[in-house]
Design a protein around this ligand. Structure first.
Ligand code: 3EB
Length: 322
């Protein structure tokens, strides 16, 4: 008799576009005011898909806890949260919102019995507004770091993450929660974000460059928002084509850094890649770079200013390993 496990198709599927029927998450790339909380609050510019579906066998449940809205199937949860801060002039408010969002995330995890954040996305409107230590992104990083200082909090391994601007006012977060521990992957070409020097903020950003995760039995390499940063410095200021190439070299370096666990893999094996662009008019240039270096990979280009003023483009990507 054959071993069932080796022949069963993966229970989880990522699909480009909105698929009919129940799903763990339908994620539209939609900045409209009436878009739901599971939407990615950015304007879609170009590419092969303008929405995503995480499909999963099994019964779905949904609920709300601690300000988080979630959908669950088995041991996998997709959760979303939005706080409208009025784009307020008080930078400490952003810090508090970030702190509370992470503390409430930990409470949600306790409630659901899911100890491991597999992936997190953050959208922060007016991300680089405010001067020096009061810049909104830097204040966000302080609040997040303070939440992570909480004794006993479950995030002992930092997850892969993205943080970009939001076309919707305030702070939105999406998370994938699971039962299985994640394995963080760092990029040897870049200083780990959690080790960035003081010049980038009072508290460093808390995320991993990538994670090897298991989403409902399906192994994935999830690659964080990746920009034209070498060491800790932004490169190719003002040159979006060169930034695109450098950022893709970083994506390739992260894949290479995971090779001891996932084997040798190519950029073209990515399931999809998303590009966040500061300037919508750069879309044709970035699209051309992606077509050249990642032929056949599904791409989406979205309008999103990034958390450093000198970054023009950032990529995030995922690779299904089964
Ligand atoms: C960088 O490499 C680019 O603060 O959660 C990318 C992904 C970035 C996540 C975060 C920030 C974050 O520093 C910025």
């Amino acid at each position: 008799m054959s071993d069932d496990r080796t022949h069963r198709p993966p229970r989880l599927r990522w699909r480009a576009g909105i698929r009919d029927g129940p799903a763990l998450a339908h994620i539209r790339h939609d900045s409209a005011p009436d878009a739901d909380i599971f939407a990615c609050p950015l304007r879609w510019l170009a590419g092969d898909f303008d929405a995503e579906t995480w499909q999963l066998d099994g019964d779905l449940t949904q609920g709300t806890h601690h300000g988080w809205h979630y959908r669950r199937s088995g041991d996998l949860v997709f959760a979303a949260r939005h706080v409208d801060d009025g784009d307020g002039p008080d930078p400490q408010a952003v810090q508090q919102i970030a702190h509370d969002a992470y503390r409430q995330l930990f409470a949600l995890q306790g409630e659901l019995g899911l100890r491991h954040v597999q992936r997190i996305w953050h959208w922060l409107s007016s991300v680089t507004a405010g001067a020096g230590d009061d810049q909104r992104y830097q204040r966000f990083c302080r609040g997040r770091a303070q939440a992570l200082d909480t004794p006993g909090q479950p995030m002992t391994t930092l997850p892969p993450a993205t943080l970009v601007d939001s076309a919707r006012r305030g702070v939105r977060l999406h998370v994938l929660l699971g039962e299985r521990a994640i394995e963080a992957v760092e990029n040897p070409r870049q200083i780990s974000a959690y080790d960035y020097p003081r010049a980038y903020g009072v508290r460093a950003p808390a995320f991993a460059r990538a994670g090897i995760v298991t989403l409902a039995d399906t192994p994935y390499l999830l690659i964080s928002g990746t920009a034209s940063i070498v060491g800790h410095a932004s490169r190719h200021i003002g040159d979006v084509a060169a930034q695109s190439d450098e950022a893709l070299t970083n994506v390739a370096a992260v894949i290479e850094a995971a090779a001891h666990r996932i084997g040798p893999r190519r950029l073209t094996e990515l399931e999809c890649i998303k590009a966040y662009l500061r300037h919508p008019e750069d879309a044709p240039v970035v699209h051309a770079v992606l077509r050249r270096r990642l032929p056949g990979v599904a791409v989406a280009l979205l309008h999103a200013p990034l958390c450093r003023d000198d970054l023009l483009v950032e990529f995030e990507a995922q690779m299904r390993l089964l």
